[in-house]
Design a protein around this ligand. Structure first.
Ligand SMILES: Cc1cc2nc3c(=O)[nH]c(=O)nc-3n(C[C@H](O)[C@H](O)[C@H](O)COP(=O)(O)O)c2cc1C
Length: 340
C-alpha cells in the first residue's frame, strides 16, 4: 500500500528543493510520531526481518536507518513502523547549532544521490536527552534498538573535542542503546582530522568510559586510505570500541558523470562501490575483529545480502529511502527472507 502511493508522493515532494521536501515530510511526522506509526504499520506490509546480533544488541533485522535523517530523535516510532531493524539518530553535538547556510542539501535524481553540507544542524544533546527520557518514561520506546550518533560542536576547538563528545555521551547515558562516535562527516571543519592516530588515542577511551558499558561504535570516512583505516580499527579495538560503521559520505566526485560543483558529502548510488571497497579493506585486509556495520549506497536486498556475505554484521541506509520511499526497509527484509 505504501509502495502504491509513493510515486505520487515522490512526484509532489521532488517538485521542492531537497531540504524543503525534507521539512514538509518531517512536519507531520514529528508532530505526531506515535499516530503516524499506527497509520503506517498496516500500510507497510509484512516485515519478516531476521533478528541480528551485533555487539550484544539484538536488531530486529539487519537493515537499519543511518544517522542524519532524524538528527533530533523526533520520529523513533515511525522508523520502527517502516520496518527498520534498528535506528541511529543524530548527529547531535554538545551545543545546539543551526548548521551551515542554505542551500546545503542537493538532490541528484538521475544519479540517485545526495550531496549535503548541513554541518550538524541539531538541537543539541541536552534536548535529545530530554526527548528520549520522556519517551522511555512514558513506555513509548520503540521495539528496536536506538543508537545515538555524537559529533563535535562547531564552536569547540579541536583540542577540546574529547570533552565535547564526553559531555554528550554523559547526558545521554542510559538513554541510548548504543553510541556512535562520528569523526567522519566532511562538513565540520577539522572533524575528519579526529580520525588520525593522535586524536583517536585521546578521544576513544574517554568516550568508552563515559558510555559506561553502552556499546560505542566508530564511524569512518570512505576517503581514508587502507593504512589509515587499519590504524583507526586498531585504536578502536584497543580502546574498547564495540564496532565500526563504514562509511560516511565522500568528498570525492569522480564517480559522478560530471561534478555538480557543490561542496559537501556525496551519498547514495555513486557511493556504493567506494564504501564497499573500504568495507572489504576493513574486513579482509585489515582483518578487524570488530563487527562492521556497512553503509553507503545500499539500495536493494542484493546489496544487503552481498555486504552480509562479505562479513558485515548489519547494514544501514539513508539516501535510497529518499528515492525508493518508505516501503523500502520492509521490502528489503521481505526479499532477504525470500532469498535465504
Ligand atoms: C542529508 C544527509 C545528512 C547526513 N547526516 C549525517 C550525520 O549527521 N551524521 C552521520 O554520521 N552521518 C550522516 N549522514 C551520512 C549517512 O549516515 C550515511 O553514512 C551516508 O549517507 C551513506 O549512506 P547512504 O548512501 O545510504 O545515504 C548524512 C547523510 C545525508 C544524505
Amino acid at each position: 500500500m505504501v509502495d502504491a502511493i509513493w510515486p505520487l508522493l515522490r512526484w509532489m515532494l521532488f517538485r521542492f528543493d531537497a531540504e524543503t521536501a525534507h521539512n514538509l515530510t518531517f512536519g507531520p511526522i514529528s508532530a505526531a510520531p506515535d499516530l503516524m506509526a499506527r497509520v503506517l504499520t498496516p500500510l507497510r506490509g509484512r516485515n519478516p526481518a531476521q533478528p541480528t546480533e551485533v555487539a550484544g544488541l539484538t536488531f530486529r533485522g539487519p537493515v537499519g536507518l543511518a544517522a542524519g535523517l532524524d538528527k533530533n530523535g523526533v520520529a523513533l516510532p515511525v522508523w520502527d513502523a517502516l520496518g527498520f531493524g534498528f535506528i541511529e539518530v543524530g548527529t547531535v553535538t554538545a551545543h545546539p547549532q543551526p548548521g551551515n547556510p542554505k542551500p546545503r542539501l542537493f538532490r541528484l535524481a538521475p544519479e540517485r544521490a545526495l550531496i549535503n553540507r548541513l554541518g550538524f544542524n541539531n538541537q543539541g544533546s541536552e534536548a535529545l536527552a530530554t526527548r528520549l527520557r520522556r519517551r522511555r518514561e512514558r513506555g513509548r520506546w520503540p521495539a528496536i534498538p536506538v543508537g545515538v550518533n555524537v559529533g563535535k560542536s562547531k564552536i569547540t576547538p579541536i583540542e577540546e573535542a574529547t570533552d565535547d563528545y564526553v559531555t554528550s555521551v554523559t547526558r545521554l547515558r542510559g538513554l541510548a542503546d548504543y553510541f556512535t562516535v562520528n569523526v567522519s562527516s566532511p562538513n565540520t571543519p577539522g572533524l575528519r582530522d579526529l580520525q588520525s592516530q593522535e586524536h583517536l588515542e585521546r578521544l576513544l577511551a574517554p568516550v568508552v568510559e563515559a558510555a559506561d558499558g553502552t556499546p560505542v561504535f566508530l564511524k569512518l570516512a570512505p576517503d581514508l586510505e587502507a593504512q589509515d583505516l587499519a590504524g583507526a580499527a586498531g585504536l578502536a579495538e584497543a580502546a574498547g570500541v564495540a564496532g565500526l560503521i563504514a562509511t560516511n559520505t565522500t568528498v570525492q566526485r569522480d564517480m559522478l558523470p560530471s561534478d555538480p560543483g557543490e561542496q559537501g558529502g556525496l551519498s547514495g548510488r555513486p557511493l556504493y562501490a567506494l564504501a564497499r571497497a573500504k568495507i572489504e579493506d576493513l574486513l579482509r585486509d585489515v582483518g578487524t575483529s570488530l563487527p562492521v556495520i556497512g553503509v553507503g549506497g545500499v539500495e536493494t536486498a542484493a546489496h544487503v545480502a552481498s555486504l552480509l556475505d562479505a562479513g558485515c554484521a548489519a547494514v544501514q541506509l539513508y539516501s535510497s529511502l529518499i528515492f525508493e520511499g518508505p516501503g523500502l526497509p520492509a521490502r528489503i527484509h521481505r526479499q532477504l527472507r525470500a532469498r535465504r
